[in-house]
Design a protein around this ligand. Sequence first.
Ligand SMILES: Nc1ncnc2c1ncn2[C@@H]1O[C@H](COP(=O)(O)OP(=O)(O)O)[C@@H](O)[C@H]1O
Ligand SMILES: [Mg+2]
Length: 263
Amino acid sequence: MLDIQGLTKTFYGRAWLRDVSLSIAKGEVVGLIGRSGAGKSTLARCLTGLETADTGTITLNSETITPGRGAARQQMQYLWQDPTQSLSPYLTAQNTVLETLNGFGIGPRAQRLKQARSLLATFDLPQDSFTRRTHALSGGQCQRVALARALAAEPQVLILDEPLSSLDLAAQLSTIRLLQDIHRKRATTMLIVSHDLAPLRHLAHRIVVLDDARIVEDLPMSCFATQAQNPLSRAYAQTLQTDQAEAASLSAHRETEPATGGA
Ligand SMILES: Nc1ncnc2c1ncn2[C@@H]1O[C@H](COP(=O)(O)OP(=O)(O)O)[C@@H](O)[C@H]1O
Ligand SMILES: [Mg+2]
């Protein structure tokens, strides 16, 4: 469905993406991981027209697209690493979503405000937050508004840049559930950027590792731990085992804890 071929991007003479090729099937969720500064956001931005690749072609449903231009502006939506920075502080939550519906002419004009509000409601935002400006919302709520705005465009591909990294643990868990829910209901194709493999275990079908400007591993999530070959990928796989061991020891610990009564 989405096909990236030979993407290269250089900043000040240094290549941050070198001949990057990647295909994503319709409805597939791909996790893109790599060290900080590896070029993950650069790749995500090249796909959405926020950066322009030096070379390479991007096709969506077999048609070559120019990211950020024409139909591609609607078809590929990008969720910024820090959603608070991508939302206008002058707009309320509902007007943020409404702006996208108006911009792309989605749904009958008279119904759009209702549509914006119902989209926010499906993302568990409280009614009283709809008319608040986004600077008065929490980080987790801002992210839900940004997600609602991105999905209001009815995109074919959703690109999420480190959607968990600016959130506390509780907000991370609810975002994972929300993304699972979105995928269950809409089967949206997603590329999720992360510097951490563990949270992707519950979300991604496939893991792609970016290192030294190249894709060094591309494996189904289910066999990543056993089949990853590249040293960096192995290090990521190791964190998965440590994470599982910690979770197991935590639950064993809980089982041996004396009952404290109450809830
Ligand atoms: N617009 C830009 N101009 C110059 N350098 C940039 C620009 N955007 C990113 N870079 C550099 O490219 C490298 C990769 O950045 P980035 O893609 O943000 O990494 P990641 O998301 O993997 O942490 C970084 O060293 C960053 O400083
Ligand atoms: Mg980044």
